[in-house]
Write a protein that binds this ligand. Structure first.
Ligand code: ATP
Length: 369
Protein backbone atom coordinates (compact mmCIF):
# COMPACT_ATOMS: atom_id res chain seq x y z
CA UNK A 1 0.00 0.00 0.00
CA UNK A 2 1.36 3.38 -0.96
CA UNK A 3 -1.31 5.61 0.45
CA UNK A 4 -0.16 8.77 2.16
CA UNK A 5 -1.74 10.92 4.78
CA UNK A 6 -0.74 14.37 5.98
CA UNK A 7 -2.51 15.49 9.13
CA UNK A 8 -2.36 19.12 10.27
CA UNK A 9 1.12 19.42 8.88
CA UNK A 10 2.91 22.70 9.47
CA UNK A 11 6.36 23.95 8.59
CA UNK A 12 8.03 26.76 10.45
CA UNK A 13 11.52 27.55 9.18
CA UNK A 14 14.17 28.40 11.78
CA UNK A 15 13.77 32.12 10.99
CA UNK A 16 10.15 31.84 12.16
CA UNK A 17 8.60 31.90 8.68
CA UNK A 18 5.55 29.67 8.42
CA UNK A 19 5.79 28.12 4.94
CA UNK A 20 3.05 25.49 5.29
CA UNK A 21 0.00 25.69 7.49
CA UNK A 22 -2.71 23.28 8.53
CA UNK A 23 -2.03 20.92 5.61
CA UNK A 24 -4.49 18.02 5.55
CA UNK A 25 -4.51 15.55 2.69
CA UNK A 26 -5.16 11.85 2.10
CA UNK A 27 -3.59 10.39 -1.02
CA UNK A 28 -4.78 7.01 -2.24
CA UNK A 29 -2.58 4.29 -3.63
CA UNK A 30 -1.75 4.89 -7.36
CA UNK A 31 -3.02 8.46 -7.38
CA UNK A 32 -1.27 11.15 -9.41
CA UNK A 33 -1.50 14.19 -7.17
CA UNK A 34 -0.26 17.62 -8.18
CA UNK A 35 0.72 20.43 -5.83
CA UNK A 36 0.28 23.65 -7.77
CA UNK A 37 0.43 27.32 -6.85
CA UNK A 38 2.45 30.48 -7.36
CA UNK A 39 6.10 30.78 -6.41
CA UNK A 40 6.63 30.64 -2.66
CA UNK A 41 3.27 29.04 -1.78
CA UNK A 42 4.91 26.09 -0.01
CA UNK A 43 4.68 23.31 -2.62
CA UNK A 44 8.33 22.30 -2.51
CA UNK A 45 8.47 22.56 1.25
CA UNK A 46 5.55 20.13 1.53
CA UNK A 47 7.16 17.72 -0.94
CA UNK A 48 10.47 17.93 0.89
CA UNK A 49 8.75 17.14 4.19
CA UNK A 50 7.24 14.04 2.58
CA UNK A 51 10.69 13.08 1.27
CA UNK A 52 12.24 13.62 4.68
CA UNK A 53 14.56 16.35 3.42
CA UNK A 54 12.84 18.90 5.62
CA UNK A 55 11.72 18.40 9.18
CA UNK A 56 7.97 18.51 9.91
CA UNK A 57 7.41 21.19 12.56
CA UNK A 58 3.99 19.97 13.56
CA UNK A 59 1.44 17.36 12.49
CA UNK A 60 1.78 13.82 11.17
CA UNK A 61 2.97 12.19 7.96
CA UNK A 62 1.74 8.64 7.37
CA UNK A 63 3.00 6.50 4.50
CA UNK A 64 0.85 3.36 4.38
CA UNK A 65 0.28 2.51 8.03
CA UNK A 66 3.61 3.88 9.20
CA UNK A 67 4.04 7.21 10.97
CA UNK A 68 7.03 8.65 9.11
CA UNK A 69 7.85 11.97 10.79
CA UNK A 70 11.06 10.60 12.23
CA UNK A 71 11.92 7.98 9.62
CA UNK A 72 15.12 8.55 7.65
CA UNK A 73 14.57 9.59 4.01
CA UNK A 74 16.24 6.43 2.73
CA UNK A 75 13.84 4.27 4.72
CA UNK A 76 10.65 5.91 3.46
CA UNK A 77 10.35 3.88 0.25
CA UNK A 78 10.06 6.96 -1.91
CA UNK A 79 12.15 8.30 -4.77
CA UNK A 80 12.48 11.93 -5.73
CA UNK A 81 13.14 13.46 -9.16
CA UNK A 82 14.44 17.03 -9.04
CA UNK A 83 14.24 19.80 -11.61
CA UNK A 84 18.00 19.99 -12.09
CA UNK A 85 18.29 16.20 -12.65
CA UNK A 86 21.43 16.04 -10.45
CA UNK A 87 23.14 13.42 -12.63
CA UNK A 88 26.77 12.50 -11.95
CA UNK A 89 28.69 13.94 -14.93
CA UNK A 90 31.57 11.44 -14.80
CA UNK A 91 29.32 8.36 -14.82
CA UNK A 92 27.57 6.72 -17.75
CA UNK A 93 23.80 6.65 -17.93
CA UNK A 94 23.91 3.02 -16.79
CA UNK A 95 26.04 3.85 -13.76
CA UNK A 96 23.94 6.89 -12.91
CA UNK A 97 20.88 4.67 -12.80
CA UNK A 98 22.66 1.85 -10.97
CA UNK A 99 24.40 4.04 -8.39
CA UNK A 100 21.70 4.11 -5.70
CA UNK A 101 21.22 0.35 -5.93
CA UNK A 102 24.97 -0.28 -5.62
CA UNK A 103 25.04 1.81 -2.47
CA UNK A 104 22.28 -0.38 -1.10
CA UNK A 105 24.38 -3.45 -1.96
CA UNK A 106 21.78 -4.79 -4.36
CA UNK A 107 23.13 -7.90 -6.18
CA UNK A 108 24.65 -7.16 -9.57
CA UNK A 109 22.21 -9.27 -11.58
CA UNK A 110 19.28 -7.58 -9.89
CA UNK A 111 20.76 -4.14 -10.63
CA UNK A 112 21.17 -5.09 -14.25
CA UNK A 113 17.62 -6.36 -14.51
CA UNK A 114 16.18 -3.18 -13.02
CA UNK A 115 18.33 -0.79 -15.08
CA UNK A 116 17.52 -2.60 -18.33
CA UNK A 117 13.84 -2.64 -17.47
CA UNK A 118 13.73 1.07 -16.60
CA UNK A 119 15.74 1.91 -19.73
CA UNK A 120 13.18 0.03 -21.80
CA UNK A 121 10.24 1.80 -20.16
CA UNK A 122 11.90 5.17 -20.86
CA UNK A 123 13.23 4.25 -24.34
CA UNK A 124 16.82 5.06 -23.43
CA UNK A 125 18.34 1.59 -23.99
CA UNK A 126 20.66 2.96 -26.68
CA UNK A 127 22.00 5.69 -24.37
CA UNK A 128 23.22 3.53 -21.50
CA UNK A 129 26.93 3.95 -22.34
CA UNK A 130 26.81 7.72 -22.76
CA UNK A 131 27.71 10.35 -20.22
CA UNK A 132 25.18 13.08 -19.30
CA UNK A 133 26.94 15.79 -21.29
CA UNK A 134 26.30 13.80 -24.47
CA UNK A 135 22.54 13.83 -23.87
CA UNK A 136 19.78 16.29 -24.73
CA UNK A 137 17.75 17.94 -21.95
CA UNK A 138 14.86 15.54 -22.47
CA UNK A 139 17.17 12.53 -22.42
CA UNK A 140 18.78 13.72 -19.18
CA UNK A 141 15.36 14.11 -17.66
CA UNK A 142 14.56 10.53 -18.66
CA UNK A 143 17.74 9.30 -17.00
CA UNK A 144 16.78 11.19 -13.84
CA UNK A 145 13.42 9.41 -13.95
CA UNK A 146 15.19 6.13 -14.61
CA UNK A 147 17.27 6.56 -11.51
CA UNK A 148 14.07 6.87 -9.51
CA UNK A 149 12.32 3.98 -11.27
CA UNK A 150 15.09 1.44 -10.59
CA UNK A 151 14.50 1.88 -6.89
CA UNK A 152 10.97 0.53 -7.38
CA UNK A 153 9.65 2.94 -4.78
CA UNK A 154 6.10 2.99 -3.51
CA UNK A 155 5.87 6.73 -4.08
CA UNK A 156 7.49 9.03 -6.63
CA UNK A 157 8.02 12.64 -5.70
CA UNK A 158 8.73 15.02 -8.58
CA UNK A 159 9.69 18.65 -8.05
CA UNK A 160 9.15 20.66 -11.26
CA UNK A 161 10.88 17.93 -13.28
CA UNK A 162 10.17 19.62 -16.62
CA UNK A 163 11.05 23.20 -15.79
CA UNK A 164 14.45 23.14 -17.50
CA UNK A 165 13.07 21.89 -20.81
CA UNK A 166 11.90 23.99 -23.75
CA UNK A 167 8.18 24.31 -24.43
CA UNK A 168 7.96 21.58 -27.07
CA UNK A 169 9.91 19.06 -25.03
CA UNK A 170 7.81 19.83 -21.97
CA UNK A 171 4.69 18.81 -23.86
CA UNK A 172 6.37 15.59 -25.04
CA UNK A 173 7.66 14.72 -21.56
CA UNK A 174 4.27 15.49 -20.06
CA UNK A 175 2.79 12.75 -22.21
CA UNK A 176 5.70 10.45 -21.27
CA UNK A 177 5.10 11.01 -17.57
CA UNK A 178 1.41 10.27 -17.96
CA UNK A 179 2.22 7.00 -19.71
CA UNK A 180 4.82 6.24 -17.08
CA UNK A 181 2.22 6.61 -14.35
CA UNK A 182 -0.12 4.21 -16.15
CA UNK A 183 2.67 1.70 -16.69
CA UNK A 184 4.21 1.81 -13.21
CA UNK A 185 0.91 1.97 -11.31
CA UNK A 186 2.50 3.81 -8.40
CA UNK A 187 1.60 6.88 -6.43
CA UNK A 188 3.09 10.09 -7.83
CA UNK A 189 3.19 13.46 -6.11
CA UNK A 190 4.24 16.17 -8.52
CA UNK A 191 5.03 19.82 -7.87
CA UNK A 192 4.58 22.49 -10.51
CA UNK A 193 3.68 26.17 -10.76
CA UNK A 194 2.30 25.55 -14.25
CA UNK A 195 -1.46 25.13 -14.19
CA UNK A 196 -1.53 23.53 -17.64
CA UNK A 197 0.88 20.83 -16.46
CA UNK A 198 -1.25 20.36 -13.36
CA UNK A 199 -4.51 20.08 -15.30
CA UNK A 200 -3.18 17.63 -17.88
CA UNK A 201 -1.24 15.32 -15.57
CA UNK A 202 -3.07 15.11 -12.28
CA UNK A 203 -5.86 12.85 -11.22
CA UNK A 204 -6.23 15.25 -8.30
CA UNK A 205 -4.83 18.71 -7.82
CA UNK A 206 -3.97 20.54 -4.61
CA UNK A 207 -4.03 24.30 -5.21
CA UNK A 208 -1.93 26.19 -2.66
CA UNK A 209 -1.41 29.84 -1.80
CA UNK A 210 0.64 31.40 1.02
CA UNK A 211 1.15 28.04 2.73
CA UNK A 212 -2.54 27.13 2.80
CA UNK A 213 -4.49 24.65 0.69
CA UNK A 214 -7.10 26.51 -1.33
CA UNK A 215 -8.89 23.54 -2.92
CA UNK A 216 -8.26 19.85 -3.53
CA UNK A 217 -10.17 18.49 -6.49
CA UNK A 218 -10.14 16.79 -9.87
CA UNK A 219 -8.99 18.95 -12.80
CA UNK A 220 -12.51 19.30 -14.18
CA UNK A 221 -14.03 20.26 -10.83
CA UNK A 222 -11.35 22.87 -10.25
CA UNK A 223 -12.16 24.36 -13.61
CA UNK A 224 -15.93 24.12 -13.39
CA UNK A 225 -16.44 24.72 -9.70
CA UNK A 226 -13.63 26.81 -8.22
CA UNK A 227 -14.27 27.41 -4.53
CA UNK A 228 -12.77 30.86 -4.36
CA UNK A 229 -11.51 33.78 -6.43
CA UNK A 230 -7.90 32.67 -6.21
CA UNK A 231 -8.56 29.20 -7.64
CA UNK A 232 -10.91 30.65 -10.27
CA UNK A 233 -8.20 33.03 -11.44
CA UNK A 234 -5.31 30.59 -11.16
CA UNK A 235 -6.78 27.67 -13.09
CA UNK A 236 -7.58 28.34 -16.75
CA UNK A 237 -5.79 30.21 -19.50
CA UNK A 238 -6.62 32.89 -20.51
CA UNK A 239 -7.86 33.37 -17.00
CA UNK A 240 -11.42 33.89 -15.82
CA UNK A 241 -12.70 37.48 -16.18
CA UNK A 242 -13.84 39.26 -13.03
CA UNK A 243 -15.90 42.38 -12.48
CA UNK A 244 -17.46 43.89 -9.32
CA UNK A 245 -21.25 43.92 -9.62
CA UNK A 246 -24.26 44.82 -7.51
CA UNK A 247 -26.95 42.23 -6.83
CA UNK A 248 -30.61 43.26 -6.94
CA UNK A 249 -33.98 41.53 -7.00
CA UNK A 250 -37.20 42.39 -8.75
CA UNK A 251 -40.05 39.90 -8.32
CA UNK A 252 -38.32 36.55 -8.54
CA UNK A 253 -35.55 37.78 -10.78
CA UNK A 254 -32.08 38.34 -9.40
CA UNK A 255 -29.81 40.56 -11.48
CA UNK A 256 -26.25 41.74 -11.40
CA UNK A 257 -25.43 45.28 -12.53
CA UNK A 258 -22.09 46.77 -13.42
CA UNK A 259 -21.84 50.20 -15.06
CA UNK A 260 -24.61 50.46 -17.62
CA UNK A 261 -24.80 46.68 -17.95
CA UNK A 262 -27.30 44.38 -16.37
CA UNK A 263 -27.61 40.59 -16.48
CA UNK A 264 -30.34 38.37 -15.05
CA UNK A 265 -29.16 35.28 -13.21
CA UNK A 266 -30.85 31.93 -13.72
CA UNK A 267 -33.19 30.73 -11.02
CA UNK A 268 -30.78 28.44 -9.20
CA UNK A 269 -27.98 30.97 -9.08
CA UNK A 270 -30.36 33.78 -8.14
CA UNK A 271 -31.68 31.69 -5.24
CA UNK A 272 -28.13 31.23 -3.89
CA UNK A 273 -27.67 35.00 -3.74
CA UNK A 274 -30.99 35.46 -1.99
CA UNK A 275 -30.22 32.70 0.55
CA UNK A 276 -26.82 34.20 1.24
CA UNK A 277 -28.28 37.67 1.87
CA UNK A 278 -26.43 39.28 -1.03
CA UNK A 279 -29.31 41.33 -2.46
CA UNK A 280 -28.34 45.00 -2.48
CA UNK A 281 -24.70 44.11 -1.96
CA UNK A 282 -21.54 44.16 -4.03
CA UNK A 283 -20.30 40.79 -5.27
CA UNK A 284 -17.72 39.72 -7.84
CA UNK A 285 -18.95 38.25 -11.10
CA UNK A 286 -16.65 35.78 -12.86
CA UNK A 287 -16.96 34.43 -16.39
CA UNK A 288 -14.52 32.36 -18.42
CA UNK A 289 -13.45 33.67 -21.84
CA UNK A 290 -15.17 30.81 -23.68
CA UNK A 291 -18.48 31.55 -21.96
CA UNK A 292 -18.73 34.97 -23.61
CA UNK A 293 -20.34 34.80 -27.05
CA UNK A 294 -20.70 37.18 -29.96
CA UNK A 295 -22.58 34.93 -32.41
CA UNK A 296 -25.91 36.34 -33.52
CA UNK A 297 -27.81 33.17 -32.63
CA UNK A 298 -26.49 33.17 -29.08
CA UNK A 299 -27.28 36.87 -28.66
CA UNK A 300 -30.83 36.28 -29.85
CA UNK A 301 -31.37 33.41 -27.45
CA UNK A 302 -29.81 35.25 -24.48
CA UNK A 303 -31.51 38.65 -24.29
CA UNK A 304 -30.93 38.82 -20.52
CA UNK A 305 -27.18 38.64 -20.55
CA UNK A 306 -26.11 41.05 -23.28
CA UNK A 307 -23.40 43.55 -22.44
CA UNK A 308 -21.26 46.08 -24.31
CA UNK A 309 -17.72 44.93 -24.97
CA UNK A 310 -15.09 47.49 -26.06
CA UNK A 311 -12.70 45.45 -28.18
CA UNK A 312 -9.09 46.68 -28.20
CA UNK A 313 -7.25 43.81 -29.86
CA UNK A 314 -8.22 40.65 -31.74
CA UNK A 315 -5.84 37.71 -31.72
CA UNK A 316 -6.41 34.92 -34.22
CA UNK A 317 -5.09 31.61 -32.89
CA UNK A 318 -6.37 29.44 -35.72
CA UNK A 319 -9.19 27.49 -34.12
CA UNK A 320 -10.37 30.51 -32.11
CA UNK A 321 -10.05 34.27 -31.74
CA UNK A 322 -9.32 36.08 -28.50
CA UNK A 323 -11.12 39.38 -28.24
CA UNK A 324 -9.22 41.46 -25.72
CA UNK A 325 -10.80 44.62 -24.40
CA UNK A 326 -12.90 46.00 -21.57
CA UNK A 327 -16.40 45.78 -20.20
CA UNK A 328 -17.32 48.82 -18.15
CA UNK A 329 -13.63 49.62 -17.77
CA UNK A 330 -12.61 46.15 -16.50
CA UNK A 331 -10.21 44.06 -18.60
CA UNK A 332 -11.98 41.21 -20.35
CA UNK A 333 -10.96 38.48 -22.76
CA UNK A 334 -13.47 36.53 -24.82
CA UNK A 335 -12.60 33.40 -26.74
CA UNK A 336 -14.86 33.26 -29.73
CA UNK A 337 -15.36 31.44 -33.01
CA UNK A 338 -12.75 32.37 -35.67
CA UNK A 339 -15.59 33.47 -37.97
CA UNK A 340 -16.27 36.36 -35.57
CA UNK A 341 -16.54 39.71 -37.34
CA UNK A 342 -15.35 41.70 -34.31
CA UNK A 343 -12.77 44.39 -35.10
CA UNK A 344 -10.32 46.25 -32.86
CA UNK A 345 -11.57 49.60 -31.50
CA UNK A 346 -15.24 48.66 -31.91
CA UNK A 347 -17.87 48.30 -29.24
CA UNK A 348 -19.79 45.09 -29.82
CA UNK A 349 -22.60 43.26 -28.08
CA UNK A 350 -21.67 40.00 -26.36
CA UNK A 351 -23.75 37.64 -24.25
CA UNK A 352 -22.65 35.73 -21.15
CA UNK A 353 -23.66 32.08 -20.84
CA UNK A 354 -25.87 32.48 -17.77
CA UNK A 355 -25.44 28.84 -16.75
CA UNK A 356 -21.71 29.38 -16.51
CA UNK A 357 -21.54 32.63 -14.58
CA UNK A 358 -19.69 32.43 -11.24
CA UNK A 359 -20.43 34.77 -8.35
CA UNK A 360 -18.05 35.34 -5.42
CA UNK A 361 -18.30 37.08 -2.06
CA UNK A 362 -16.33 40.32 -2.35
CA UNK A 363 -14.87 40.13 1.15
CA UNK A 364 -14.30 36.43 1.86
CA UNK A 365 -13.60 35.74 -1.86
CA UNK A 366 -15.50 32.43 -1.47
CA UNK A 367 -17.82 31.24 -4.20
CA UNK A 368 -21.53 31.94 -3.75
CA UNK A 369 -22.62 30.13 -6.89
P1 ATP B 1 8.71 27.81 -6.00
O1 ATP B 1 7.68 27.49 -7.03
O2 ATP B 1 9.26 29.19 -6.19
O3 ATP B 1 9.75 26.76 -5.81
P2 ATP B 1 7.30 26.86 -3.64
O4 ATP B 1 5.84 26.98 -3.65
O5 ATP B 1 7.89 25.54 -3.93
O6 ATP B 1 7.91 27.96 -4.61
P3 ATP B 1 8.76 26.77 -1.19
O7 ATP B 1 10.09 26.54 -1.80
O8 ATP B 1 8.09 25.63 -0.53
O9 ATP B 1 7.78 27.42 -2.25
O10 ATP B 1 8.89 27.96 -0.15
C1 ATP B 1 7.79 28.41 0.59
C2 ATP B 1 8.17 29.64 1.36
O11 ATP B 1 9.13 29.30 2.37
C3 ATP B 1 8.81 30.72 0.51
O12 ATP B 1 8.30 31.98 0.93
C4 ATP B 1 10.28 30.60 0.83
O13 ATP B 1 10.93 31.87 0.73
C5 ATP B 1 10.27 30.11 2.27
N1 ATP B 1 11.46 29.30 2.57
C6 ATP B 1 11.92 28.24 1.88
N2 ATP B 1 13.02 27.72 2.46
C7 ATP B 1 13.26 28.48 3.56
C8 ATP B 1 14.25 28.46 4.60
N3 ATP B 1 15.21 27.53 4.62
N4 ATP B 1 14.17 29.39 5.55
C9 ATP B 1 13.18 30.32 5.56
N5 ATP B 1 12.22 30.39 4.62
C10 ATP B 1 12.25 29.49 3.62
Amino acid sequence: MASLSLKNVRKVYPNGFVAVNDFNLDIEDKEFVIFVGPSGCGKSTTLRMIAGLEEISDGELWIGDKLCNDIEPKDRDIAMVFQNYALYPHMTVYDNMAFGLKLRKTPKAEIDRRVQEAAKILSIESLLDRRPKALSGGQRQRVAMGRAIVREPKVFLMDEPLSNLDAKLRVQMRVEISKLHQRLQTTIIYVTHDQVEAMTLGTRIVVMKDGFIQQVDTPSNLYERPENLFVAGFIGSPQMNFIPAKASKEGNLVSLSFGTNHIELNEAKGAKLVEGGYIGKEVVLGIRPEDIHDEQLFLESSPHSIVDFDVNVTELLGAEIYLIGTIDGADFTARVDPRSQAKPNETIKVAFDLNRVHVFDKDTEKVIT
